[in-house]
Design a protein around this ligand. Structure first.
Ligand SMILES: *[C@@H]1O[C@H](CO)[C@@H](O)[C@H](O)[C@H]1NC(C)=O
Ligand SMILES: *[C@@H]1O[C@H](CO)[C@@H](O)[C@H](O)[C@H]1NC(C)=O
Ligand SMILES: *[C@@H]1O[C@H](CO)[C@@H](O)[C@H](O)[C@H]1NC(C)=O
Length: 243
């Protein structure tokens, strides 16, 4: 038995190393998150709500945050994408800055990049843009006559329209009212993909996330009155027109 002991230790060490670098540890789902600028700007100061369409918030793998702190965002690497980035993925707090993209790259992109299909800044950002245009949420909602207006919707009609159209369940989030008599406000929509970029059901997490930079895209964000959470079936939904 004594002879085997070192061998077992080696084996255990080898196995645990294998587990750490194993592909099983890789993310398995990507969450394409889009925001309604006017709702985002209703909970942020110094905001530019002048976008009359859903804009990208991020492309988030389901595992990991800040996976490689030495891999810095470099906008030269996505030079050719910048016109589309400015239009489709604007920083609503500061439209002329690259800060938002830098933040999303460090927090989520460096983790997405653990997969060969997304292992460069260009691959990551161009895939996010590609998926954004492919799902074309803006046209989809219009097709179902869900347009920003002063009339309220039921959450079921929005959710059913989307689920029928995409064939998978999105995760739809609202800013909840502080008073009982008020509607909830449509704010953010997540559409999920597997590692091959095929549409997938999003799970419903009944957790609250907030719109603020620090915790907005953290799935386990803290509870705040202005926070976003999965829309309720019991409250009318307001989809606010762009000012
Ligand atoms: C919104 O306003 C900002 C700042 O005034 C400007 O930079 C941006 O181009 C505008 N966006 C649109 C879509 O009009
Ligand atoms: C982190 O990023 C740097 C810079 O791109 C790269 O050289 C390094 O291999 C990466 N580290 C890991 C663990 O992927
Ligand atoms: C940014 O990327 C460009 C183009 O790939 C490269 O020439 C440049 O050295 C990079 N800058 C930094 C600071 O890494």
């Amino acid at each position: 038995m004594r002879l085997y002991f070192p061998l077992l230790v080696c084996l255990a060490a080898a196995l645990s190393t294998a587990a750490i670098s194993s592909p099983l540890d890789l993310w398995t789902k990507l969450i394409l998150t889009q925001q309604w600028p006017n709702t985002f700007c209703s909970v942020e100061h110094h905001c530019h709500p002048n976008f009359s369409y859903w804009t990208l918030h991020g492309l988030w793998p389901d595992k990991g945050n800040n996976c490689n702190s030495s891999w810095h965002f470099n906008s030269s690497e996505i030079e050719d994408l910048l016109p589309d980035m400015k239009k489709s993925w604007p920083d609503l707090l500061n439209p002329s800055s690259v800060q938002f993209w830098k933040y999303e790259w460090s927090k989520h992109g460096t983790c997405a990049a653990e997969a060969a299909s997304l292992n460069s800044q260009h691959k990551y950002f161009s895939k996010a843009l590609e998926l954004y245009h492919k799902v074309d949420l803006n046209s989809m909602l219009m097709k179902f006559n869900i347009t920003p207006s002063d009339k309220y919707y039921t959450f079921s009609e929005i959710e059913e329209g989307m689920t029928n159209f995409y064939g998978v369940k999105p995760k739809i989030q609202c800013v909840h009212p502080s008073k009982n008599s008020e509607p909830q406000v449509l704010g953010q929509i997540e559409i999920c993909f597997d590692a091959d970029f095929t549409l997938l059901d999003c799970e419903k997490h009944f957790t609250i996330s907030t719109f603020s930079r620090g915790s907005l895209d953290h799935p386990l964000g803290v509870t705040k009155p202005s926070g976003l959470s999965v829309c309720s079936y019991d409250i009318p939904v307001y989809y606010p027109p762009t000012p």
